[in-house]
Design a protein around this ligand. Structure first.
Ligand SMILES: Nc1ncnc2c1ncn2[C@@H]1O[C@H](COP(=O)(O)OP(=O)(O)OP(=O)(O)O)[C@@H](O)[C@H]1O
Ligand SMILES: [Mg+2]
Length: 412
């Protein structure tokens, strides 16, 4: 079966989150990816997006895989896995090569991307992604698809994402121990963007912010290309911890209270509504005002988005985000979070739910699953499935991993 034939090709994504490990299985069809299996397990081996305990991570992967296999009725052998963590860095780089035969060939493009990725890296870091921003042929700038064009000098501007080598090695190690082959490792927000953003948004300028449990990931797009990536080491877990400390309740209860009664805008919550808060040890539960809960949450959410705002400014595109900000990750479910985000970022904010998927799509129709769905979309060969794939869409994930050959082979 050759490339391009989509007959029953199956793909699997493994999202290693700080709070949950998710496995999704999809079948690549003409109208996108059909979801055929979902498995989740609580994560216990990660801190702030990074694997810190191998055995518990392997156990969570096995559990999520088994669940997804049972639902899909197939065996999962290969996955596209996510990675995140504050060790991730994005830098802009460029490369230049001479065009060999007067017309840009695929080989010229490979060589120029290789030249661009040849940045000096400390021994403990490695390149995760080389994301083309634009090509320049002779003096013609702003070329998105250089293949076949005439010229003598080819230049590429790229965004390079690097990570601690040990962090990605631990992803590979845990997967191997769980009996899986890793087809590729994809930066979590890049995956979430592939699921939750439209090509138009990426063109006009947009920031995707995935506020998870242990990390808040920021990725900025403009002109269809990635301009900035950053991972902040804080997320929903910090809200929960502050609630636990502030209301003197166990973390597990603080988590439930946050999800049921939390609101990022304290002023929206009437002072007289009360909630029952379990106490630590054997003390009696107390009745407290819901307003107090939200007064604990609000400054923390503001803090997160103030840091996000700094990253957007650092990207240099803060004045060019015509499509605003899209929030994914579980903390996007917090009541009134868009309100606080809009205020801190001074940009329109919407909640992003996964697109490009069919069949059991309802199961994953939540910002919680944006990254998982994005891994499937990536596994299926790039974003924008179901429409004519321009080089730009593939460019974000699919093309860069170009050296991989028969991606859509059946592996079950
Ligand atoms: N309804 C809700 N209200 C507020 N927070 C919520 C809600 N539902 C989930 N969360 C929070 O979302 C977080 C989990 O989100 P998500 O699954 O995106 O994180 P993760 O992928 O496990 O972690 P990370 O990406 O940071 O490594 C938890 O901190 C959880 O408390
Ligand atoms: Mg996540």
């Amino acid at each position: 079966m050759g490339m391009g034939m989509t007959k029953r090709a199956l793909v699997a994504g493994l999202d290693l989150g700080t709070s949950k490990t998710t496995v999704l299985v999809g079948r690549v069809g003409e109208r996108g990816v059909e979801i055929v299996g979902l498995g989740t397990a609580p994560s216990r081996g990660l801190r702030k997006g990074v694997i810190v305990h191998l055995e518990s991570t392997v156990a969570a992967i096995r559990k999520a895989v088994a669940e997804a296999e049972a639902m899909a009725g197939c065996e999962i052998r290969q996955v596209v896995a996510s990675i995140t963590g504050a060790h991730v860095r994005g830098v802009t780089s460029h490369g230049v090569v001479a065009v060999r035969n007067g017309e840009v060939s695929a080989n010229d493009v490979d060589r120029v991307l290789d030249a661009a990725r040849a940045v000096a890296l400390p021994a403990d870091r490695e390149v995760l992604h080389v994301l083309p921003q634009e090509f320049i042929i002779d003096d013609q700038e702003g070329i998105r698809e250089p293949l076949g064009m005439a010229g003598v000098r080819l230049e590429a501007k790229v965004h390079i994402v690097t990570a601690h080598a040990s962090a990605s090695q631990n992803v590979l190690k845990c997967c191997r121990q769980a009996g899986l082959v890793v087809e590729d490792i994809v930066l979590e927000p890049l995956a979430a963007a592939d699921a939750a953003l439209t090509p138009e948004e990426k063109d006009l300028g947009v920031a995707l912010v995935d506020v998870g449990c242990g990390t808040t990931d920021v990725i900025v797009f403009h002109g269809g290309a990635v301009r900035h990536t950053a991972v902040l080491p804080l997320g929903g877990a910090h809200l929960t911890n502050d609630i636990a400390a502030g209301l003197r309740t166990p973390t597990i209860e603080a988590e439930k209270i946050k999800q049921r009664f939390g609101c990022a805008r304290a002023s929206k919550v009437p002072r007289h509504t009360s909630i029952e808060v379990p106490s630590v040890a054997d003390r009696e539960p107390r009745v407290l005002s819901r307003h107090i809960l939200c007064e604990i949450i609000e400054p923390r959410v503001e803090e997160i988005f103030t840091l996000v705002s700094r990253e957007i400014i650092r990207s240099g595109f803060e004045g060019n985000l015509a499509s605003g900000v899209v929030l994914t990750g579980g903390t996007a479910l917090l009541d009134s979070v868009t309100d606080v985000a809009e205020h801190a970022l001074r940009l329109p904010v919407r909640i992003g739910v996964p697109q490009h998927v069919t069949a059991l799509a309802d199961l994953v129709a939540s910002p919680l699953y944006a990254a998982s769905v994005g891994l499937l979309v990536a596994g299926a060969g790039g974003g924008g499935l179901g429409r004519p794939t321009s080089m730009r869409d593939q460019g974000l994930i699919g093309r860069v991993r170009g050296r991989m050959t028969d991606w859509l082979r059946e592996f079950f």
